[in-house]
Write a protein of this length. Sequence first.
Length: 117
Amino acid sequence: VQLVESGGGLVQPGGSLRLSCFASGFTFSSYVMRWYRQAPGKERELVASIDSIGSSTNYADSVKGRFTISRDNAKNTVTLQMNSLKFEDTAVYYCNFYRRVAGTNYWGQGTQVTVSS
């Protein structure tokens, strides 16, 4: 199982970034996928989730209306489009899924997003 995030970087407040997560080693289309983030000194928090077929999404209140999660099951990819970025969005962003049968969370290596002027 492998989750590989990309797309992070440095952006000014109000800017946009698009994060991608490429998945391999499991049946991607069978799982809810999630994006989490962890800011320095803070706990990891759930940012957004999307069901296995992309018909239902959920967002943290702090990102509603600014972030959009989507997936392409043909490409084994989940994407997080982030608009109107704020200083407080600075964090390492992680792709995740949970395999209930094994009781195991799987994580990517993370991608750094820094919002700074």
